[in-house]
Design a protein around this ligand. Structure first.
Ligand SMILES: Cc1cc2nc3c(=O)[nH]c(=O)nc-3n(C[C@H](O)[C@H](O)[C@H](O)COP(=O)(O)OP(=O)(O)OC[C@H]3O[C@@H](n4cnc5c(N)ncnc54)[C@H](O)[C@@H]3O)c2cc1C
Length: 379
């Protein structure tokens, strides 16, 4: 029997878990698992916010992808530039072409700041290590004024991150004894401050207690970098001294360039089987897809297990019965050593969580143990 070829594009949380689980399941003479990543580095993005607030060093958030992969996984460091479903090939920037029997696209979301005029000049963010380091310097230099926290557009990864950042700003300037000189104004594109409705009252209470002003139905239309204002589609204009805005996101460029994406570049993917709608031998995983869940490491983690099971079934001629149920689990750090956790799926919304030390500790522990438990697929 010919060796089956599985190619995984993207060495983030989702791609790494799938590759490791398949390499554990199959002997090399049964299946060859190749993972392609353009940097060869694995980055733990939930730590970016702590870089911005001076509590984590960037080097603790980056590891060599090779060290996180089982020996049997072949790592190719290169950029995928075209996917050819008809020929079952992936083309890399350096001219190499990889054949596949099953392909997993786990390329994450792309930040596209240039899509909002004025963004690059005016806004800060913590959605990349570079962005977090620049924000750290801006916060260090900030002596007082109005900080506006918002998102350029939806969807964006980690929906709780902007409100978590507002809480972290309050905590940071309180510790610096500058809080009375800093106004924090949170602008939400939705009808509430927090994306998940059952959790919204908890976040509203935190905002009220810590004097974080909020405005809902504020969908950013433009930034006036001279006047230092942000204007919404709804017609409101808000001034800022420091603008913290999550940049616009799109799906992966290679997906768009290969004609596989929707209008936002997201990969149309069945929300249960995680097979792409146009090509059942191609799976969509994590942030790069249009699966209707929070773009989160937790979702990518749970989806990766379903995809590994489905590919194992395909390769062994069994019916693929694994289904993703929309499960997401996440922690939110509210400052002052308090946090909340949320767990939900397609059928079950989150139960309003109590705010407390336990969930803050949960987040701190996860930040440490991530490297040992998650990429390996052990949990
Ligand atoms: C500030 C912040 C805080 C967050 N907090 C949380 C949290 O608390 N909890 C949570 O669950 N999630 C959180 N997330 C979201 C989480 O990090 C992502 O959802 C998760 O990393 C998505 O995993 P992925 O495998 O889909 O993509 P990614 O982890 O983004 O990996 C994509 C990989 O693809 C590679 N790649 C891209 N293009 C190419 C190409 N053309 N060729 C080859 N390789 C390519 C990249 O180098 C990268 O390694 C947070 C994100 C941010 C930014």
């Amino acid at each position: 029997m010919a060796v089956k070829k599985v190619v995984v594009l993207g060495g983030g949380v989702g791609g790494t878990i799938v590759a490791n689980l398949l390499a554990k399941r199959f002997r090399p003479e049964e299946a060859e698992v190749t993972l392609v990543d353009k940097t060869g580095k694995h980055v733990y993005q939930p730590g970016f916010v702590y870089v911005a607030f001076g509590r984590t060093k960037p080097k603790s958030l980056v590891r060599d992808e090779r060290k996180l992969l089982r020996k049997r996984v072949r790592l190719v460091i290169g950029e995928a530039v075209r996917i050819d479903p008809a020929g079952r090939k992936v083309h890399l920037a350096d001219g190499i072409a990889l054949d596949y029997d099953r392909l997993v696209i786990a390329l994450g979301a792309r930040l596209v700041p240039d899509e909002l005029p004025g963004y690059a000049e005016a806004a800060h963010h913590f959605y990349s290590l570079e962005g977090a380091l620049k924000l750290k310097e801006a916060l260090r230099a900030f002596r007082g004024g109005r900080i506006v926290v918002t998102v350029a557009s939806v969807p964006y990864k980690c929906p709780p991150a902007p409100s978590e950042a507002a809480c972290q700003l309050d905590y940071y300037f309180t510790k610096k004894k500058l809080r009375d000189k800093v106004a924090i104004h949170f602008l939400s594109p939705l009808s509430r401050v927090f994306p998940l409705e059952p959790v919204n009252p908890v976040v509203e209470q935190i905002f009220a207690k810590h004097d974080i002003q909020s405005t809902i139905f504020f969908n950013v239309e433009s930034i006036d970098t001279n006047a230092k204002t942000v204007t919404s589609i709804e017609g409101e204009t808000v001034p800022y001294d420091l603008l913290l805005m999550i940049p616009p996101h799109r799906g992966a460029k290679v997906v768009e360039d290969s004609g596989l994406g929707d209008r936002g570049g997201w990969l149309p993917t069945d929300k249960h089987t995680l097979r792409t709608k146009a090509h059942p031998e191609i799976f969509g995983l994590g942030d790069c897809t249009d699966v209707p869940v929070s773009k989160s490491g937790a979702a990518a983690h749970f989806q990766a297990k379903v995809i590994a099971e489905s590919i194992a079934a395909d390769l062994t001629g069994q019916p693929a019965t694994a289904r993703y149920d929309g499960h997401v689990m996440c922690y939110c750090d509210a400052g002052y050593h308090k946090g909340i956790s949320m767990s939900f799926d397609y059928e079950h919304p989150p139960v309003p969580p109590p705010l407390g030390l336990k969930d803050w500790l949960g987040k701190m522990v996860l930040n440490k143990v991530y490297w040992y438990l998650v990429p390996s697929g052990r949990v």
